[in-house]
Design a binder for this molecule. Structure first.
Ligand SMILES: NC(=O)c1ccc[n+]([C@@H]2O[C@H](COP(=O)([O-])OP(=O)(O)OC[C@H]3O[C@@H](n4cnc5c(N)ncnc54)[C@H](O)[C@@H]3O)[C@@H](O)[C@H]2O)c1
Length: 330
């Protein structure tokens, strides 16, 4: 299939580009490089430094390459920043997606796989979280994504031949097993890279925010999915999409791990006894978030291959050790 990947130079988008290319698809990457890295995309892949809000240019690219499906990763995703600057999130994530859907409409592209998030569930009433759990975000980031889900639903209702999937990710982690690409965010807010930067000596210590939650060891529990599993799911979902389909799936491994368990696993993998500090709880951190991933398995037979967090951390550690300063293109 001919696939356009937005945010193709970002962490997850670059792994999607690689997976699509290796899977025999014709892939085109678009990224405005506000956060992404040109070096994360192999040189033989057609690459456009374009903003998804530049609708006419997006239409031109889609037509030139005869695009059949879009995988849409381009967005901002820092929860704290979204609270301080909500309009930045509604502009890029919500309005940006509207421009993209409009460009697809004009270019006649009928399939879309959208990066949604477990942040659309807010503080869930039940854990593990299934797709039918009520969605009630607790920050502008979550809302900016939920509005896109709604926009897609309404657009699909008005366009019978359109097909889409919204994939609600839990915590994405790890790097390509072959070591070619990895994670390089600035600032870095995700726990596994923050821990590994601490192990590398780039940070003094890792702080655990809250040790008095109602969880077995008192620290927050989250669900970690390997980035290669995540992008594999995107490709399998894309290949399953038929005209008129509307598919929502949670992407996690369905097993919650506490912050302390992640710290212990990272100490074991790195063999480094880095410093761990105690911090206060952060506002809006639910004690437990993990997926019920049974729907995607039941409907299209997909499940994650990486179920051992040490293996996930090993791939990330391989990348961080080889690239302590991230990509060279800064
Ligand atoms: N990383 C996670 O754990 C996680 C969890 C849930 C959902 N998500 C979602 O997955 C997607 C990818 O996340 P990521 O961690 O790879 O982020 P990332 O910041 O590494 O990648 C996003 C990419 O999009 C590009 N971009 C942003 N706005 C753009 C625009 N207007 N036009 C063109 N390019 C633009 C950035 O330059 C960057 O390369 C995001 O939509 C995010 O909300 C990520």
């Amino acid at each position: 299939m001919r696939v356009l990947v937005t945010g193709g130079a970002g962490y997850i988008g670059s792994h999607a580009v690689k997976r699509l290319d290796e899977g025999g698809h014709d892939v085109v990457a678009v990224d405005n490089l506000c956060l992404g890295h040109r070096d994360a995309v192999a040189k033989h892949i057609p690459f456009y430094e374009t903003d998804i809000r530049e609708k006419d240019e997006m239409v031109r690219i889609m037509k030139e390459h005869g695009i059949e499906c879009v995988m849409h990763f381009a967005a901002f995703s820092q929860v704290g920043e979204s609270v301080g600057d909500p309009l930045k999130y509604y502009d890029n994530n919500t309005y940006g997606s509207k421009c993209l859907i409009q460009a697809m409409d004009e270019a006649g592209v009928k399939k879309l796989v959208f990066s949604s998030t477990c942040a659309t569930y807010g503080e869930p009433e039940e854990v593990p979280i299934s797709e039918t759990c009520p969605q009630s975000p607790i920050n502008p980031y979550g809302w900016s994504k939920l509005f896109v889900e709604r926009m897609l639903k309404d657009y699909a209702a008005a366009n019978e031949d359109f097909a889409y999937s919204a994939l609600r990710y839990f915590n994405v982690a790890g790097s390509a097993a072959d070591g070619t690409i990895g994670e390089d965010h600035d600032p870095e807010t995700h726990i596994i890279p923050v821990i590994l930067n601490t192990a590398l000596g780039k940070r003094d210590a890792i702080t655990i925010f809250g040790e008095d939650y109602e969880t077995p060891d008192g620290t927050c529990i989250r669900d970690y999915i390997h980035v290669e599993d995540l992008v594999d799911a995107h490709v399998v979902v894309m290949e399953a999409l038929q005209a008129g389909d509307e598919r929502y799936y949670n992407l996690g491994i369905g097993n919650g791990l506490s912050v302390k368990q992640i710290v212990d696993a990272a100490k074991k993998v790195t063999a480094i006894d880095f410093e761990v500090k105690k911090g206060e709880r952060r506002a809006g951190d639910p004690p437990m978030l993990f997926a019920n991933p049974s729907k995607i398995k039941r409907e299209i037979g997909w499940e994650a291959k990486y179920t051992d967090v040490e293996k996930i951390i090993e791939t990330a550690w391989g990348w961080f050790k080889a690239n302590p300063d991230g990509y060279d293109d800064k």
